[in-house]
Design a protein. Sequence first.
Length: 107
Amino acid sequence: MEHWTLAEIDTPEGTRSPVVLHSREGAERVVLIELHPGDELGEHQVRESGVLVVVDGTVRVEAGDESFDAGPGEVFHFDPGERHAVASETGGRVLLLLAPWPAVNAS
């Protein structure tokens, strides 16, 4: 078993240095990301299925023509290749789960 107390994990570099809590080839990856006030993860996509959990603060999550202002406890799922963006005006922390890690190459 692995265990983390998310509120106690230092993330001083914010989005420039997310903290990989767990990564297992062929299975999953779990990443803690701090968004300092004004930070954003501009529109992007990943090859894996993604689950984003708002841990602390508030973030704006956008995908397609949908946009949500979200707080702690809110959860989002992104299909592989789905374009999305995450930003925070006041700061927040999100936990990102990606699976399978890394994605199987579609070629």
